[in-house]
Every structure is written in structure tokens, then in C-alpha cells.
Design a protein around this ligand. Structure first.
Ligand code: HSE
Length: 414
């Protein structure tokens, strides 16, 4: 065994499941940055196998390719398996089998972690190996490790963020370039940010999976996506964006969770108005930002590239190095089983609302039934920001107004 400045060099064999955008990025980072990885960590990573059902000719990793999962699962020389296939099937079975074989697993698969995280963390604990997923939230931005380690001395009360690069890119194009929703989505797909099925981005499911992972980590119990109110951006129009702008706001897809006094949590994903001077308003393009509110630290903002081949691969390789450094032991990491009645219905939580009525002359009526924080009338329309109220009570009051609103969007105070 060789020595370097950090002591004895550790040699670790790595396999990758899925040679798509992220998987090929991981192979590239491990191979191109081998010297830096060794220098930074004292670990030499050797890529041993790559699983993919597709044929890849003339690529520098051709000799490592296999279509047979058993070549990886039954290879006792493989220490760490990277799962970058996406989806639940067959990723869940493959990851479970690798953990049972005593291999550490690192994944970027947010759907897998959000839906099966508790089961896989339990399996990892039973087999004394690590199951790490830094890349599952925020691409290249360190978020999981800071929350679970650096902020472990805090009680976290709230997390809010822009956790989907595709929708942020689309909204940004609509705001800045006045581009239509459809054209902006097409551009995001061409840039390779969007999910294979872009409805996962546009309808908010990707952001929902990510906030579920963060809520599980911060509040200690698995939070499943199907229990979380999720609204995407497909109903947001250029008119909404322009009107929000007139009042000094921008519209962002905000994923948020909060510990309530009742001991339940609020968690939801929806478009929301944020003040133009808010730190989240300045998060543009494919960038993500995650705001964490700790009782000791106050607000912390983590910001960076939330999607993309090498940014995401960087987070995966960081976890691989962590597994290698902790090869003999399992890290204390994860969360407990789901808890019944843990999530408060979103209608029972407090919010402010933005309303647009395509009519003027209704100020008095509106002020009679709603708490009004801001109201302007122009160009034949009335724009309102309500005061804070329980969502279902605000909606009930809006239902009594003689004119139906043409737009209702939540307003946040981040
Ligand atoms: N489609 C995702 C996004 C990729 O746009 O954020 C990163 O998870």
C-alpha cells in the first residue's frame, strides 16, 4: 500500500448502474479527476463495471460495460455501487440486492429516495453499509450533508427552496424574455435539464420528491410524496407574471416545509409570489437555492447548479469518497419510519394570496370580506395581496365575492 500526505492510500472499486447523463458524468469525474480525488482524500477510485442495457460503441469505458446486473452484484471486489438509472423499477431491486451483498450504495435518484428511502436506509443499517444520496436534492449543491451534519446542533424549523431547475428556467424565460411556457419548456429540454417525462418537472413532482427528502431528514420521519399537496407551473400565464411584477413580486415554484406548533408539519409545492428583493427572487435559470431556518444559525441559504451532468456527478462522487472513507463502518444517517397524522392539510395552514379580478370597482366589497394587505386597480383589473389567513378561510371568503378571481396564487414571505 502506498502512502500520500493523508496517510495510507485506500483503493476502492466502483460500479455504476445506468450510463445516462449523470452516470456518464460520474464516470468522467472519477476518471478525469482521479489525481485530485487521491490528493484530496487519499482514496484511489477504480471504475470496474458499468451497467446499461444500451450499446455504447467507441467510448473510453466500453470495456467496462455490461448488460447483466449479476456481473456487478456478484462481484465481491466491487465496494461501492452508484445508482443513476432513475425511477423505481428496477433501481429499487438492484439497490436492495447490492446493500444485502454488503456494498455501499450512492444514488442521485430522488424518486427512489423519496419513495423508498426508509426501507433502503433500514437495509443499509442491517447490512452495516452506507446508503448516501447527496445528489438527489439540489444537483451539485451540498444540501443533504449540511442539514444532517453541519446543522445537527440546531432545531430546524423550516426549509424552503427552488428545487427544480427546469421550472425555474421556464419561469425565468417567461419573466425576462417574455417567452411562452411551451417555448421555454422546449429550450429546457434541449439543454438537458428536464426529466425524461417533463411533467415530473412541470407538475411539481420532482420538487415534491426533493422537499420530501429534506423534510424526512430535518424532521426525522419518512414523508412520502403522495401525501404532499403539489401544484406545478402549467397554469401560470404571462399575465400572472406581469401582474405579479407590477406589485413588486416574481413567481417561483417554491417547495416548502415547516414544523408547526402542533407537532405536525406543513409541506407543499406550489407556485408562489416572492418579493423582488427576496434572496429567492434572484435565483435564475437552472440554479437552485435552499433556505434552511435553524434555531441557532438563523437562515442559511445554499445556492448553486441544481441540475446538469457534471454538477450532479460531483455530488455523487463526493458520496462515493465518503463511503470509501467510512468503508468499515456505517454512518449515523437517515430517518425513522413514517408517523401517522404527521402532515397538516395545506388548507389548514396560514398563507397570503395574490388575487386578480378582471374587474374594477370591487375594492369595498373585497375589503369587507378579506384581510387586504395591498390593492391596486388599473387597466380594468383589480390586483390584491391578502393579509395572512388560514387558506381555507381565505378561499371561503373569496367565494362570497360577487366576481370570481381570474387568478389565485399563494404569496410567501421568504
Ligand atoms: N429535472 C431536474 C431539474 C433535474 O430540472 O431540477 C435535477 O434533479
Amino acid at each position: 500500500m502506498q502512502n500520500n500526505k493523508k496517510g495510507k492510500v485506500k483503493y476502492m472499486n466502483v460500479a455504476i448502474l445506468g450510463f445516462g447523463v449523470v452516470g456518464s458524468g460520474v464516470a468522467e469525474v472519477i476518471s478525469k479527476n482521479a489525481d485530485a480525488i487521491l490528493e484530496n482524500s487519499g482514496i484511489e477510485l477504480k471504475l470496474r463495471r458499468i451497467l446499461d442495457i444500451r450499446d455504447f460503441e467507441n467510448n473510453e469505458f466500453s470495456a467496462l460495460m455490461t448488460k447483466n446486473f449479476d456481473d456487478i452484484c456478484n462481484d465481491d471486489e466491487i465496494d461501492i455501487v452508484v445508482e443513476t438509472m432513475g425511477g423505481i423499477n428496477p433501481a429499487f431491486d438492484f439497490v436492495s440486492s447490492c446493500l444485502k451483498k454488503g456494498k455501499h450504495v450512492v444514488t442521485s435518484n430522488k424518486e427512489l429516495v423519496a419513495k423508498k428511502g426508509f426501507e433502503l436506509l433500514t437495509l443499509a443499517r442491517e447490512n452495516n453499509v452506507n446508503f448516501l444520496f447527496e445528489a438527489s436534492v439540489g444537483g451539485g449543491i451540498p444540501i443533504i450533508r449540511p442539514i444532517s451534519r453541519c446543522l445537527a446542533g440546531n432545531r430546524i424549523s423550516e426549509i424552503a427552496g427552488i428545487l427544480n431547475g427546469t421550472t425555474n428556467f421556464i419561469l425565468d424565460k417567461m419573466i425576462v424574455d417574455k417567452m411562452s411556457f411551451e417555448d421555454a419548456l422546449k429550450l429546457a429540454q434541449e439543454n438537458g435539464f428536464a426529466e425524461r417525462d417533463p411533467s415530473a418537472d412541470v407538475d411539481g413532482h420532482d420538487a415534491c420528491r426533493k422537499i420530501c427528502i429534506l423534510a424526512s431528514l430535518a424532521f426525522g420521519h419518512h414523508v412520502y410524496p403522495d401525501g404532499v399537496y403539489t401544484e406545478g407551473i402549467s397554469k401560470i400565464t404571462l399575465k400572472d407574471v406581469e401582474d405579479a411584477g407590477k406589485l413588486g413580486y416574481v413567481i417561483k415554484l417554491i417547495a416548502r416545509t415547516k414544523m408547526l406548533e402542533s407537532g405536525k408539519i406543513m409541506i407543499m409545492v406550489s407556485p408562489a409570489l416572492v418579493k423582488k428583493e427576496s434572496i429567492l427572487a434572484g435565483v435564475n435559470g437552472v440554479f437552485n437555492a435552499c433556505l434552511v431556518r435553524g434555531d441557532a444559525t438563523g437562515d442559511i441559504l445554499m445556492y448553486g447548479k441544481g441540475a446538469g451532468k457534471l454538477a450532479t456527478a460531483s455530488a455523487v462522487v463526493g458520496d462515493v469518497i465518503d463511503c470509501a472513507a467510512n468503508n468499515e463502518k456505517r454512518k449515523f444517517f437517515g430517518w425513522d419510519a413514517p408517523k401517522e397524522n404527521f402532515i397538516e392539510e395545506h388548507e389548514n395552514t396560514e398563507t397570503a394570496l395574490f388575487l386578480r379580478f378582471d374587474k374594477t370597482g370591487i375594492e369595498e366589497e373585497l375589503r369587507g370580506v378579506l384581510p387586504v394587505a395591498e390593492l391596486t386597480e388599473s387597466d380594468g383589473e383589480t390586483l390584491v395581496i391578502t393579509g395572512l389567513g388560514i387558506e381555507k378561510e381565505l378561499m371561503k371568503a373569496i367565494g362570497t365575492v360577487s366576481v370570481k378571481p381570474d387568478s389565485v396564487i399563494r404569496v410567501t414571505d421568504y
